[in-house]
Design a protein around this ligand. Structure first.
Ligand code: DSN
Length: 441
């Protein structure tokens, strides 16, 4: 709507359509405040990270590298980006970081640009075994025209079968061996594969998206210690940062730095979301202070939740292996109408999980599992005893067949205690508030 200059200053109210978006956003926020967030790939940013995300940085462009930009206006941006890279190198104890990929998948596309050519062979974990979409032919591997081969998988142990993987690697001789999963219960057996990977001379790439915060907290395998060349990841799962991506390397191969940099820009990004880079820098600074305690409690909570669900009769996978060594646990709910129906029923009680394929599933539309992550509820301050409460509510729906609406009041009551941010600067600040434009309209 145009405003005649003589009418300035005046505030124009949002149109009905715009107001509806505001209302829906508010309702989403309120809903999550009363919900138990258990999606293994999500988290929320800290108060200071949120502050910088809401800054003018969001409005700017900065293609290129600090000191070598294609735009003016980057005097402070250059310092922010350099500081973010330095923090990433410190936290992950490596020589190279690129903090410009705007998501985990974009980071993966940058690696593919840097390391492969169409027609090259690559090995990865399959989707049904917990691999990520961007590790599959239907995703980024297909976009790059690669020939993909999947590692044999130990379904009982929910991990790559090392002997089978060695056979596959020797047969395929891939240009790149890719590891890392979206259903990531146990560390990849990199030690067992090491001499084969060395013999083949292939580049070893590890997608750490799910476990980046656990690595930052020294509570999961350190890929660089285990001989990985390149690590990629998103920055908003166990690392509780902005929705963004990252590339890391200890530069074990010649020319890797230049190829990775070019893969990111101009390969797969133009501008790179400067507010997210600032928020990532804050997240990394927080990981230095609180990362170990956070990773520790996240894994304890995952184990406690798995145990509590198991004791209530749910089929939590990998009981003999202690269920999990990460933030994630997986439950086979095929007997209880399958993953889709169970996830939907839980949502009706404000318990948010996702349906998930299990390795033996043949129909991708009807996954038999649900995947649960402990990282966000840990960030909200929950401990082992709280996992027992969550398991109780889940079991009422899955095992006892209680209606979601009947369980909803106890979930809302339980969640009242957990609406604040932990393991961050200004610990105890509200996690669900956000700025409002309502100025007495
Ligand atoms: N595929 C998403 C997940 O693990 O939920 C992450 O990109």
């Amino acid at each position: 709507m145009l405003i005649a200059p003589e009418e300035y200053p005046r505030r124009v109210k949002p149109t009905e359509k715009a107001q509806r978006i505001r209302d829906l956003t508010r309702r989403h926020n309120e809903w999550f405040k009363e919900s138990i967030p258990l999606i293994a790939s999500e988290n929320f940013v800290s108060p200071v990270a949120k502050e910088v995300m809401n800054s003018d940085l969001h409005n700017r462009y900065a293609e290129g590298r600090p000191g070598k930009r294609y735009y003016q206006g980057n005097i402070y941006v250059d310092d922010i980006e350099s500081a973010c890279e330095n923090l990433a190198r410190e936290v992950f104890k490596c020589r190279f970081a690129d903090v410009r990929p705007v998501s985990g998948t974009v980071a993966n596309m940058a690696v593919l640009m840097a390391l492969t050519k169409p027609g090259d062979k690559i090995t990865a974990v399959s989707l049904s075994d917990g691999g990520h979409l961007s590790h599959a032919k239907m995703g980024a591997l297909g976009l790059r025209g690669l020939r993909a081969h999947n590692y044999p998988f130990d379904q009982k142990g929910m991990n790559i079968d090392p002997e089978g993987a060695i056979r596959l690697l020797r047969e395929v001789k891939p240009k790149v061996a890719l590891f890392g999963q979206s259903v990531y219960l146990f560390p990849t057996p990199l030690e067992e594969l090491r001499s084969t990977l060395d013999d083949l001379g292939c580049t070893v790439w590890y997608d750490a998206a799910h476990v980046l915060g656990l690595i930052a907290g020294n509570r999961f395998q350190n890929p660089f210690v285990e001989g990985v060349d390149v690590v990629s990841g998103s920055t908003h799962k166990t690392l509780p940062g902005p929705q963004h991506g990252i590339l890391l390397s200890d530069l074990t191969k010649e020319d890797l730095e230049l190829s990775l940099r070019k893969g990111v820009f101009p390969g797969v990004t133009s501008n790179h979301h400067l507010h997210s880079v600032a928020a990532l820098a804050i997240t990394l600074a927080e990981a230095k202070e609180f990362g170990e305690a956070y990773a520790d409690q996240t894994i304890r909570n995952a184990k406690a939740l798995a145990q509590a669900l198991f004791e209530r009769g749910l089929d939590v996978l990998c009981e003999p292996k202690g269920f999990t060594e990460s933030h994630t646990l997986v439950v086979d709910v095929e007997e209880h109408r399958g993953g889709a129906a169970v996830a939907k029923a839980l949502e009706g009680a404000n318990i948010i999980v996702n349906k998930n394929l299990l390795p033996w599933d043949t129909d991708p539309v009807h996954p038999s599992g649900i995947r649960i992550g402990s990282q966000e509820v840990t960030r909200l301050g929950m401990k082992e005893k709280d996992m027992a409460s969550i398991a109780g509510s889940i079991a009422r729906i899955v095992m006892d067949g209680d209606a979601p609406a009947a369980v909803l009041p106890e979930v809302k009551e339980f969640k009242k205690e957990f609406t604040k941010s932990h393991y961050c600067f200004f610990e105890g600040a509200e996690a669900y508030d956000y700025p409002s434009c309502d100025v007495n309209m």
